[in-house]
Write a protein that binds this ligand. Structure first.
Ligand code: ADP
Ligand code: ZN
Length: 731
C-alpha cells in the first residue's frame, strides 16, 4: 500500500464524518499529526462531530480557511481492511458512507477519556484466617495469573459475596487499585480439554482447522440436524483461531440464546467472552468496541451488528442458525449479516462457518456450486434420535368451533403428561386473536395509522398493531356501527391457545413463550431455564422456541397450523415453512427419550408438507432450486425492493410511475421493473407505501444500475425512498 499513512500537523486530511453529507470534509491535521484511519473530533458549523481520517485532503479551496481537527481520540485507528469493508458494504447496499460509519461506531462515548474504577488483583499478604470462600477468591486470582477483576467479576467467579473480597482487601491479601474502566477481557484458553468428539465431529473439526491454518479466506456450510453437535464443532474452530492468535466472532440470531452459549464457552475456554447485543449496557458496549480494536477481546458473541466491530485480526466468523431471517437488517442500512460476514472474511483472510440444520437455499446453492465447502453431521449426539414426524389430517378430525387442539393431538399430549414428559404446542402468532370482528357489521378493527388489523392481547388487555406498536383499549362497542357486545375474536394466537390448553388439561402446568410476554431479555432467559429444568408440562410458544433452545424433557411437538406460512406471496414461503417446521420439530427428543412431532394440516398432500414429513431435504432443495431457477429469482437471479413512502399517496405514486417510465439504466442490464403497486401493508405509521421490484439476471451489476436510476430523482417534501438489495421480506 503506497498511500500516505501519516499526516504531519497542518497537512490537509479528508475526514469522513457520521453526518449525512455526500462527501468527506477537509481539515488540518492537529498538533502532533494523525494517522490514516484515526478517529477524530472535528468542528462542523457550531458542533463537534465524530469522524475518521479517510485520506489526504482534496484541497481546491483557500487553505487559510481550513479548520483544524480538534483532537484525535484515544482509540485504535480504523484499519485499512475495515475502511475497505465499509466501502464495499456501502456499494453493495447502496448506503451512504456516513451511515456506514455510524453503524461501525455504535458505542457511546468512544472518545471520552477513560474513566476510572476499582479493580482487584492478588496482594502480597496472607490473610489471618482462611475460609473456603477466601480460598476460592485467592484461587481465582492465582488461576488467572496476575489478571485484574472488577469486584463483581471476582465475586461471581469465586462464587462469594463482595464482602468476602473486601475483607481480603483489608488484610492485604487482595489489592484494590484504580484503573481505566475499559478492561481487557479475561484470556480464553483454547488448550483446556474439550469434549471427546465423535468420529463425524472430529472429521469436521479436522477439515475446518486445516482450512483455518491455510490462512486463506474460505466459507464452510456446516449442516447438521439439531443436536448433532454443530456447536461443539465450531467451538473447536474458535479454539483454533485463538491458538493462531486471531479473533473470533460468533453471531447468534436471538439474544435469549446467548446465555446458554456463554456458559458453554466458559466451560470450554475457562472464561466468558465479550458480548455485543441490544441487551448490553452502554458501558459494556464501549468496552467491547475498544477492546476488540486493541485485540484484547479474543472472542465476541453477538447480534448481527457485531460484524461492524473494529476487529484487529478477525480469523473466524460463525453464523449460527444461518438461515434465520433476523440476520437481515430491514431498517437503516439494509444488509444481510450472513452475506456481509462472507465479504468481511474475504477481505481479511478469515474463515466463515455457516451453521444450520436447515440452511437457506442461498447457502445450499453456494455449496452445490462449489463456492462454499460443505460438511454434514448426520446423526444426533449420543442416544438422541430425530423425532418421528406425522401429519394430523384436520379434514378428518372432529373439531369444536373455536378450538384448535385436535383430538389426536390432545391424546398425544395426555400421554406425555402421564409420563411426566414435556409437550410443545407451536403457533406462530402472538397475542390472543389475529382478528377482532364485529358480528353485527363485519368490521375488523384496524390500526388508525397502518393498513393492518389490530391484534387482541388479553394479557395486556389491549389491542395492538404489530406494525407500529400502537395499542388501544378493547372497545365495548364497534367503532364502525356502534353496536354493543358484538365484537368477537377470530382465529387463534398464542394466548388463546394457552386458554384452550388450560381448559383441556386442567392438571397440567403451562408455560407461554413469546417475545412480547417478557419485559426484558433477562426475564425471558430465566423462563427458558426454568422450562429446561422441567418446570412445565406444556410449553406454548411462537417462533421464539424454534431457535436452538435445549429442552431435555421435551418429547412431543404439536404444530397447530402447519399450513400457516405456506401461502405467503413471498418467494421463500415454501423454504420458510420447511425450515420452521423442521426446526420446531427438532426441539423434541434432544436427550435420551425419543421425540415425536405432529403437524396439524389441511393439506397433508402438499409437496412442502410431504417433504417436511419425509425428511427428504436434498429432494426438497433440488425441487425448490429448480422452481426458482425457472422463475429467475434468487439465488438464481437478483432482486431489489424499492419502497417509496410519504404522507400523501398521490405524490408517492407519481414518483413510482416516473421511475417505472424512466427505466433505461435498468434495461441496459436486462433488468425488469415491476410496479409501482401499493405495498402489501399500504400504510405504516400514517405513511403511504408504494413498492417497486427490480429483477435482474444473476451477475448483473444491479447496484450500479439502480444508483444511476435513482440519481436524478428529486424527492420533495416528506417522501422517502429506500432500496433493499436481496430483499427477504416484501411487506
Ligand atoms: P447443535 O449445535 O447441532 O444443535 P450441540 O452442539 O448443541 O448441537 O449438541 C447437542 C448436545 O449434545 C449438547 O448438549 C452437547 O453438549 C452434546 N454433545 C454434542 N457432541 C458431544 C460430544 N462429542 N461429547 C459430549 N457431548 C456432546
Ligand atoms: Zn399501526
Amino acid at each position: 500500500m503506497s498511500a500516505q499513512e501519516y499526516f504531519d500537523q497542518g497537512e490537509l486530511v479528508a475526514v469522513l464524518t457520521t453526518q449525512p453529507l455526500d462527501r468527506t470534509l477537509d481539515y488540518k491535521a492537529p498538533e502532533g499529526g494523525c494517522f490514516l484511519g484515526a478517529f477524530v473530533e472535528v468542528p462542523l458549523g457550531p458542533r463537534k462531530v465524530l469522524g475518521v481520517v479517510w485520506g489526504p485532503g482534496q484541497g481546491g479551496f483557500d487553505l487559510a480557511k481550513a479548520r483544524s481537527v480538534i483532537r484525535v481520540l484515544e482509540v485504535a485507528p480504523m484499519r485499512e481492511e475495515m475502511r475497505l469493508f465499509l466501502g464495499k458494504v456501502a456499494d453493495y447496499t447502496l448506503t451512504p458512507m456516513p451511515a456506514m460509519l455510524r453503524l461501525a461506531t455504535r458505542a457511546p462515548g468512544l472518545g471520552d477519556p477513560p474513566s476510572m474504577r476499582k479493580i482487584y488483583r492478588l496482594g502480597d499478604a496472607e490473610p489471618d484466617r482462611m475460609t473456603d470462600a477466601r480460598t476460592r477468591v485467592l484461587e481465582v486470582l492465582r488461576d488467572y495469573g496476575g489478571l485484574a477483576f472488577t469486584l463483581k467479576e471476582l465475586a461471581e467467579q469465586a462464587g462469594v459475596t463482595s464482602s468476602v473480597v473486601k475483607g481480603l482487601v483489608k488484610q492485604g491479601a487482595v489489592r484494590e487499585e484504580d484503573s481505566p474502566r475499559d478492561l481487557p477481557y479475561p484470556r480464553l484458553d483454547p488448550d483446556l480439554p474439550g469434549k471427546t468428539l465423535t468420529g463425524d465431529q472430529a472429521d469436521a473439526v479436522a477439515r475446518l482447522q486445516a482450512g483455518q491454518r491455510s490462512g486463506d479466506y474460505g466459507t464452510t456450510l456446516l449442516k447438521g440436524v439439531t443436536g448433532s453437535g454443530k456447536t461443539e464443532v465450531y467451538l473447536e474452530a474458535v479454539a483454533e483461531a485463538l491458538r493462531m492468535g486471531r479473533q473470533a466472532l460468533v453471531l447468534l440470531p436471538e439474544i435469549a440464546l446467548t446465555a446458554e452459549f456463554l456458559t458453554r464457552v466458559e466451560a470450554r475456554f475457562g472464561a466468558r467472552p465479550a458480548e455485543w447485543h441490544s441487551g448490553a449496557t452502554m458501558t459494556e458496549r464501549r468496552r467491547v468496541w475498544r477492546m476488540v480494536g486493541q485485540g484484547e477481546a479474543q472472542l465476541v458473541v453477538g447480534a448481527r451488528s457485531a460484524l461492524f466491530l473494529p476487529f484487529r485480526d478477525l480469523g473466524l466468523v460463525v453464523v449460527d442458525e444461518e438461515h434465520d431471517t433476523s440476520y437481515k437488517q430491514e431498517d437503516g442500512v439494509h444488509y444481510s449479516a450472513r452475506d456481509m460476514a462472507v465479504l468481511r472474511a474475504s477481505i481479511c483472510g478469515g474463515r466463515v462457518i455457516l451453521a444450520s440444520a436447515t440452511p437457506s437455499l442461498e447457502s445450499w446453492a453456494n455449496a452445490e456450486a462449489g463456492k462454499y465447502e460443505r460438511l454434514d453431521l448426520t446423526s444426533r449426539f449420543g442416544a438422541a434420535v430425530l423425532p418421528e414426524m406425522k401429519p394430523i389430517d384436520m379434514r378428518t378430525e372432529q373439531m369444536q368451533p373455536g378450538t384448535w387442539i385436535s383430538p389426536s393431538l390432545r391424546q398425544a399430549v395426555r400421554q406425555r403428561i402421564e409420563r411426566r414428559e414435556q409437550s410443545l404446542l407451536f403457533i406462530n402468532r402472538r397475542g390472543y386473536a389475529p382478528v377482532t370482528l364485529c358480528r353485527a357489521c363485519g368490521e375488523q378493527i384496524a390500526c388508525d395509522h397502518c393498513d393492518a388489523r389490530m391484534v387482541e392481547h388479553r394479557f395486556l388487555k389491549r389491542l395492538m398493531c404489530h406494525q407500529c406498536g400502537e395499542t388501544k383499549p378493547m372497545p365495548d362497542t364497534c367503532p364502525s356501527c356502534g353496536v354493543e357486545g358484538k365484537l368477537a375474536p377470530v382465529g387463534p394466537g398464542i394466548e388463546r391457545l394457552a386458554e384452550e390448553a388450560e381448559a383441556t388439561f386442567p392438571e397440567a402446568k403451562i408455560a407461554m413463550l413469546s417475545s412480547d410476554l417478557f419485559g426484558s431479555a433477562r426475564a425471558l432467559k430465566a423462563k427458558i431455564e426454568e422450562i429446561a429444568e422441567g418446570d412445565a408440562d406444556i410449553v406454548i410458544g411462537t417462533q421464539l422456541v424454534a431457535k436452538g433452545h435445549n429442552f431435555p424433557k421435551l418429547t412431543l411437538v404439536g404444530v397447530i397450523d402447519a399450513d400457516l406460512s405456506l401461502h405467503g406471496a413471498d418467494l421463500r414461503a415454501a423454504e420458510r415453512t420447511f425450515q420452521l417446521m423442521r426446526q420446531v420439530a427438532g426441539r423434541a427428543g434432544r436427550a435420551d427419550k425419543p421425540g415425536q412431532a405432529l403437524l396439524q394440516t389441511f393439506q397433508p398432500e402438499h409437496p412442502v408438507i410431504r417433504a417436511i414429513l419425509s425428511g427428504d431435504e436434498e429432494g426438497f432443495w433440488k425441487a425448490e432450486a429448480a422452481g426458482r431457477q425457472a422463475a429467475g429469482v434468487p439465488p438464481y437471479g437478483r432482486m431489489a425492493g424499492i419502497v417509496l413512502s410519504g404522507p400523501e399517496v398521490g405524490p408517492v405514486f407519481d414518483i413510482g410511475n416516473a421511475m417505472a417510465r424512466n427505466d433505461a439504466p435498468l434495461r441496459a442490464i436486462d433488468a425488469q421493473v415491476f410496479g409501482p403497486a401499493p405495498a402489501p401493508i399500504a400504510r405504516i405509521r400514517g405513511r403511504h407505501r408504494v413498492r417497486l421490484l427490480v429483477k435482474a439476471p444473476k451477475g448483473a451489476p444491479i447496484q450500479d444500475a439502480i444508483a444511476r436510476w435513482i440519481a436524478p430523482l428529486r424527492l420533495k417534501g416528506d417522501i422517502r425512498l429506500t432500496v433493499d438489495i436481496d430483499p427477504q421480506s416484501f411487506y
